[in-house]
Ligand binder design. Structure first.
Ligand SMILES: Cc1ncc(COP(=O)(O)O)c(C=O)c1O
Length: 401
């Protein structure tokens, strides 16, 4: 929950907007930087979670690399201070234009997801007289025990190359002269909360696969285990920083690495989710036949996670928290303004009695929030507002004479 003075200040700002707690963000990144050193694990931030320039510039300043999944992410990461040789590029469908731009930039590695992709990159590198670093994304067929839309490491998912193609893959890697094979890449899913169990299992499987490739005569310099560490959406104040210690510790304990072999991870959500809150305002309170609705000015166009995955976000009434009388609580269906029945923030949520104009906080929205926003219904995009630059934010009064 934000403190009184911050609530008073942000109450002047035009809603909806993403409020970034820059202190929490920096503490999170600094903590990860310390652990990376302690466990000798390289970190590539998964840019897809949040592309806000100020965040990326800070992350790159800490010496982290970037994990990208599109050509534009590669270019953006580079423009935010990530050196080309610290940018890796995954994704099942890289276009020729995207491959060309990344080749020219000289990125650290293409994380290739199909045999055909390796073939195309080899051909293009040949054509331009270049050599491309390639890591191969393997589908290890591991259940990450998370939502089916964010599970990526099962054979039924489209990601990575599966075991039945290993022999063909090894043959292609050996004879592709414009490719420099540098390692293996894995990413089995997101919002993983059974950290010990899932990552110990992933490491065990990865150890076997790495051994297989090395026995076949391919040197695996880099082992990239992907991202996926979950955050606490139920209790963001109790657990503002994800359990990186357990994650890094589990990996360090279970991965087998020989001299000179590097281990990489790609956290996205866990670095940025808790530092942002989507701030909205109650536009109207409406009593339906069987329930009460709080209609907010932020909707699924600003944050699609609840509509897309049924994701839970804690919601607080900031204005009510400042009222001096003891408020009655009431159950509300909290909804957005978009003309879709799925535009619901939460059904039957118990909140203090809420009124038009109340400032509402939708918590833990720093990851997969703003990046997935759309202009559906021709709504404006919610801007970023930073805790250390509140004066720069547009005020409510700016829009009226
Ligand atoms: C290849 C890859 N690496 C890393 C991540 C980051 O995952 P998370 O945000 O769960 O840490 C993703 C996200 O889907 C991904 O596709």
């Amino acid at each position: 929950m934000l403190d009184t003075s911050t609530i008073e200040q942000i109450d002047q700002i035009a809603t909806p907007f993403y409020y970034y707690d820059m202190d929490l963000f920096r503490r999170t990144v600094d903590h990860v930087a310390e652990l990376a050193q302690k466990y000798d694990i390289k970190v590539h931030y998964a840019v897809k979670a949040n592309v806000e320039r100020r965040l990326l510039e800070y992350i790159s300043s800490k010496g982290f690399g970037a994990d990208c999944v599109s050509g534009n992410e590669v270019l953006h990461a580079h423009s935010c201070g990530f050196p080309a040789d610290k940018i890796v590029y995954a994704g099942v469908g890289k276009s020729d234009k995207e491959i060309y731009n990344a080749l020219k930039l000289g990125i650290e590695a293409f994380n290739c997801e199909s045999l055909q992709e390796i073939f195309v990159i080899n051909e293009m590198a040949h054509h331009y007289g270049l050599k491309a670093n390639v890591s191969v994304r393997i589908n290890p067929d591991i259940d990450a025990h998370t939502h089916k839309y964010v599970t990526t490491g099962l054979y039924e998912n489209k990601f990575g190359i599966s075991q039945h193609e290993f022999d063909k893959l090894i043959e292609i890697l050996k004879k592709s002269e414009h490719i420099n094979f540098i390692g293996l890449h894995f990413h089995i899913g997101s919002q993983i909360t059974r950290v010990n169990e899932v990552y110990a299992l992933e490491c065990k499987r990865v150890n076997d696969i790495v051994r297989y490739f090395e026995d076949e005569g391919l040197k695996v310099e880099n082992i990239n285990l992907g991202g996926g560490l979950g955050v606490d959406y139920d209790d963001p104040d109790g657990n503002p920083i994800a359990d990186f210690e357990t994650w890094f510790g589990t990996i360090a304990q279970n991965i087998v690495r020989h001299d000179g072999q590097k281990v990489h991870v790609e956290p996205g959500r866990s670095l940025v989710a808790q530092c942002a809150t989507l701030i909205s305002r109650v536009l109207f309170v409406k009593s339906g036949e069987t329930k009460n609705f709080l209609i907010m000015d932020a909707g699924m166009n600003d944050l699609i996670r609840p509509a897309l995955y049924g994701a839970y976000h804690m919601i607080e009434n900031l204005s009510a928290s400042q009222r001096t009388f003891f408020p009655t609580h009431q159950a509300y269906d909290i909804v957005g303004p978009v003309c879709e029945s799925s535009d619901v923030w939460g059904a039957g949520r118990l909140l203090p009695l809420s009124v038009r104009g109340d400032l509402m906080a939708i918590r833990s929205t720093g990851a997969y929030g703003q990046v997935m926003a759309s202009r559906y219904n021709m709504k404006d995009l919610a801007p970023s507002v930073f805790s250390d630059a509140l004066d720069e934010a547009p005020k409510m009064t700016d829009y009226f004479e």
